[in-house]
Design a binder for this molecule. Structure first.
Ligand code: HEM
Length: 191
């Protein structure tokens, strides 16, 4: 029974952790793009995003990560033979990458607050695709375990996820270009 409790809260932790990671980097996009605003809007926006990022990271994202890892320890502790499974070894490798991503976001947060981050909004948008790929891989491993499917349908699904991620990037780029064009045409024809 304890195993099911750990698993339930492991999944709840995963949901909270990822909600935090996705929203955090979206805030980084807005924070970076605030630099394009004139003063005093720029300073007001940057201060507001800094507060939101700090609270999100400290109150949602990091606790989500702690719950996920703590419950995973509980799962392994109640059923130690699971540690012998190759799928779990592969999963731990990807979880390691996810943890590096989590702490790297924490570093970016500090750099943004100190006005020392040179990343553009577009670069943050691209960065936000990394947890999506890790989420898909880790969940596939957790669900299919050692019989991860490699048939055509699976590859089509993987291709669909990649196409969707690329479309989001291209659409964001197009919107930015259109906005810039509109601003230029207003500047050229003020009347
Ligand atoms: C901290 C490292 C982690 C360890 C040691 C770990 C270990 C485990 C174990 C032992 C199970 C139970 C498997 C079963 O009984 O079927 C499990 C389930 C699961 N894990 Fe993890 N996990 C970790 C991190 C993660 C992360 C980061 C995610 C999501 C991105 C994740 C997603 C899941 C899901 C969705 C399940 C439910 C699978 C199912 O019931 O079919 N885990 N995990």
């Amino acid at each position: 029974m304890a195993y099911y409790w750990f698993k339930a809260f492991h999944i709840i932790g995963v949901v909270v952790w990822f909600a935090g990671l996705f929203y955090l980097v979206r805030l980084f996009v807005y924070h970076a793009e605030a630099a394009e605003q004139p003063e005093p809007a720029q300073s007001i926006l940057k201060n507001q995003y800094e507060i939101m990022e700090k609270r999100l990271y400290g109150i949602i994202t990091t606790p989500g990560m702690i719950v996920t890892v703590a419950m995973a320890v509980g799962l392994v502790w109640t059923e130690p033979e699971v540690m012998k499974s190759p799928w779990l070894h592969a999963k731990l490798g990807f979880v390691g990458l996810l943890l590096i991503y989590h702490f790297y976001c924490g570093r970016i947060l500090k750099k943004l607050a100190a006005n020392e981050c040179q990343w553009t909004g577009q670069q943050f948008r691209a960065l936000n695709e990394a947890p999506t790929l890790l989420l898909v891989t880790i969940v596939m491993l957790a669900v299919f375990k050692n019989s991860l499917p490699t048939d055509l349908t699976t590859w089509l699904l993987v291709a669909l996820v990649v196409v969707m991620a690329a479309s989001i990037q291209l659409y964001a780029k197009k919107r930015k270009r259109d906005k810039l064009k509109a601003a230029e045409s207003i500047a050229d024809n003020p009347a």
